[in-house]
Design a protein around this ligand. Structure first.
Ligand SMILES: [Zn+2]
Length: 107
């Protein structure tokens, strides 16, 4: 939400810089364009700002995409873990065989 001011018939929107918190006003038309286009604009102190406005559908899609990415990542991690467990098991078997050979030689 935003605070509006009507000055001499001109609708103004109060903006607060995301970085330095300076307050300033821009016209409602300009504000609407900034929100619609996500274009950057500058506060009076020169800090770049922009509006990252997303619809609920866009936000849900983003979260789903991120969830899928994490699911793939953990699935790959699980595959790697299972592969390494098999390698460890194989190596343990090889070590046991070598120990038994050594025992047989020493007897
Ligand atoms: Zn600023």
């Amino acid at each position: 939400m935003y605070d509006m001011l009507n000055k001499d018939g001109i609708e103004l929107v109060r903006i607060c810089c995301a970085r330095c918190n300076v307050l300033f006003y821009i016209t409602k038309d300009h504000y609407d364009k900034l929100v619609a286009t996500n274009k950057s604009f500058y506060c009076p102190n020169g800090h770049s700002n922009y509006y990252d406005v997303k619809t609920p559908k866009e936000k849900i899609a983003e979260v789903r995409k991120e969830a899928t990415r994490y699911k793939e990542y953990y699935s790959n991690q699980l595959d790697t873990t299972n592969r390494l467990r098999k390698e460890i098991s194989t190596k343990k078997g090889q070590i046991t065989k070598l120990k038994n050979k050594i025992k047989a030689i020493n007897q």
